[in-house]
Design a binder for this molecule. Structure first.
Ligand code: CAA
Length: 523
């Protein structure tokens, strides 16, 4: 009964998501009926379809004949009655419950009794939609990711009322379209958005509080965490109105302040600056682009490294690759442009840095790397806090250096530190002296949320990891990340974040602490 059991599929609403879904279905060989409210909207939908498949032709991924065939499978109409012969209809209209309910009431009237009706909602309760129809057992959620033709994940949402066969048939269809279905229950944000939006909103909060700039946060998350897009680029892609709706819906269920939309997001939406689709959001898309600040890469500096351990080794290797000379004996520090403390524990770091501060020349930049305390505490202990900045390499073998200036750091010291690290071939970003700098402050709360989801049994490790890799293009999923980065490190960073903010949701979830004590990875 399951495999290939749908042959004619309706799509209601041909905006970014609806048009993308229609394209995916038509590429999969299905007959598609696309419905819009009026002729103008219909033409915009046709435009989306033509541009998206046209791009594939231009890139040599699709022949013109194949494009014609795909477009030929999509019948466009403004008449709901044309959905009468569909065995599945996917609704993708704007995220307003009243509007969705109106669409489903219409579908209920015109669609065959055995037709399955699906919503692509990303934030509303599927159950709320189902209960107002005359066929709640045939209502499912089918949540695609933007851009739908590219992202491989589809969350299939079963409510407590949905019949198992409808869910199985939709999941089989998704598989047949070359995508990966993850079947889950009806909770706000499902898996991917629940994990993604806490992080996106926190990034907006960082901008709001002046912790770091938009560009530095985006760069940190791409260069430092390997994400395909930084949070602001991604929010602009998703649409800031959608981001706000998703956050409001998740907040209504979680009552977690981290999901209370950052004021900057609401302000942009009120101003009609919704991201790519309106030409401006966090970024502007009408300008020529290319306003990237190029970090000036100077001569490789002379680097003093004090302390021993993996970080000291990684820094020495980095200097070696960049042709910079390294001094590691106290007597030689006087000739160094920058002196990095790379000790493994805080007490040793403090002692080494104080000694280095005595030995280093007056214009040397001193860098603190230990995560065990704030930069300012250690800077004060050196007796020359104006010369001290914090340094964090989110991946010691990677290409990103985060530099944190404190309130006591001298005016051009962070600039000089950034230029010296650019001389070592690294991308640098700046932030304030707060726990986790940028990358760890953003990724560990997200990882903690994933561990909480696993602990609560909403989804298993494979589904959680698939949601983020296939839905959001992450290089690896959060459960795998936790095991790779180390559960003990996760607990340490989360405790530091919690101690600084007293935000209850930043305390490491019991599952993490339990696994650390047991010495066992999550998988
Ligand atoms: N439509 C169709 N195809 C597109 C596309 C679009 N809008 N954008 C990009 N593509 C295709 C390109 O044609 C290209 O295809 P080929 O490799 O076959 O040539 C491929 O995608 C890669 O594109 P680019 O090389 O132009 O750009 P990129 O390498 O930077 O990738 C990206 C772009 C795939 C969007 C990537 O940046 C990415 O994965 N970003 C993360 C996106 C994400 O997180 N999406 C989920 C958001 S959350 C959501 O949608 C749920 C919700 O409810 C809000």
């Amino acid at each position: 009964m399951s495999e290939g059991s749908f042959s004619r599929v309706g799509v209601v609403g041909l905006g970014t998501m609806g048009a993308g879904i229609a394209e995916v279905l038509a590429r999969g060989g299905l007959a598609v009926v696309g419905v819009e409210v009026n002729q103008d909207a219909l033409e915009r939908g046709r435009g989306h379809l033509e541009r998206s498949t046209g791009r594939a032709v231009k890139r040599g991924k699709l022949t013109e004949d194949a494009q014609r065939e795909i477009l030929g499978r999509v019948a466009l109409t403004t008449d709901f009655a044309d959905l009468g012969e569909c065995d599945l209809v996917i609704e993708a209209v704007p995220e307003r419950l009243d509007l969705k309910r109106k669409v489903f009431a219409e579908l209920d009237k015109v669609c065959r009794e055995d037709a399955v009706l699906a919503t692509n909602t990303s934030s509303l309760s599927v159950t709320d939609i189902a209960v107002t129809t005359g066929r709640p057992s045939k209502i499912v959620g089918v949540h695609f990711f933007n851009p739908a033709p590219v992202m491989k994940l589809v969350e299939v949402i079963a409510t407590v009322l949905t019949e198992p066969d409808a869910v199985a048939r939709v999941a089989a269809l998704v598989k047949g379209l070359g995508k990966t279905p993850v079947t889950i229950g009806d909770r706000a944000g499902f898996v991917a958005n629940r994990l993604l939006f806490g992080y996106l909103n926190q990034a907006a909060g960082m901008l709001e509080s002046g912790h770091a700039t938009r560009d530095d946060i985006d760069t940190a998350m791409t260069a430092g965490a390997g994400l395909p897009m930084g949070p602001f680029t991604l929010m602009d892609l998703i649409g800031l109105d959608t981001c706000l709706e998703v956050l409001d819906a998740i907040y209504a269920e979680s009552r977690d302040r981290r999901h209370a939309a950052s004021p900057v997001l609401r302000e942009l939406v009120t101003a009609g600056l919704l991201g790519r689709k309106t030409g401006r959001g966090f970024y502007s898309y009408d300008a020529s682009g290319g306003d990237e600040p190029a970090a000036a890469a100077g001569e490789p500096p002379v680097v003093g490294i004090v302390g021993v351990g993996p970080l000291a080794d990684a820094l020495a290797a980095l200097c070696d690759r960049a042709g910079a000379s390294v001094r590691d004996s106290a007597a030689d520090l006087a000739g160094c442009d920058l002196v990095v403390e790379a000790a493994e524990d805080t007490e040793a770091a403090r002692a080494l840095l104080s000694a280095a501060a005595q030995a280093a020349k007056p214009d040397a930049v001193l860098l603190v790397t230990s995560v065990g305390g704030s930069v300012i505490e250690q800077a004060m202990a050196t007796g020359r806090p104006a010369d001290v900045v914090g340094l964090h390499l989110p991946d010691p073998a990677g290409t990103l250096a985060e530099i944190a200036a404190t309130v006591a750091t001298g005016p051009d010291v962070a600039d000089r530190a950034a230029a010296l690290f650019a001389g070592l071939g690294l991308t640098t970003v700046r932030c304030r002296d707060r726990a986790g700098f940028i990358v760890d402050a953003l990724r560990f709360p997200y990882l903690n949320d994933a561990a909480a989801m696993l602990g609560a049994g909403y989804a298993d490790a494979d589904s959680i990891d698939a949601a983020m890799t296939l839905g959001c293009g992450y290089p690896s999923g959060p459960i795998a990340d936790l095991d790779r980065l180390g559960l003990d490190r996760a607990v340490t960073v989360l405790r530091a974040l919690h101690a600084e903010t007293r935000e209850p949701a930043l305390a490491p979830v019991p599952l993490l602490a339990e696994h650390v004590t047991a010495g066992r990875p999550l998988r």
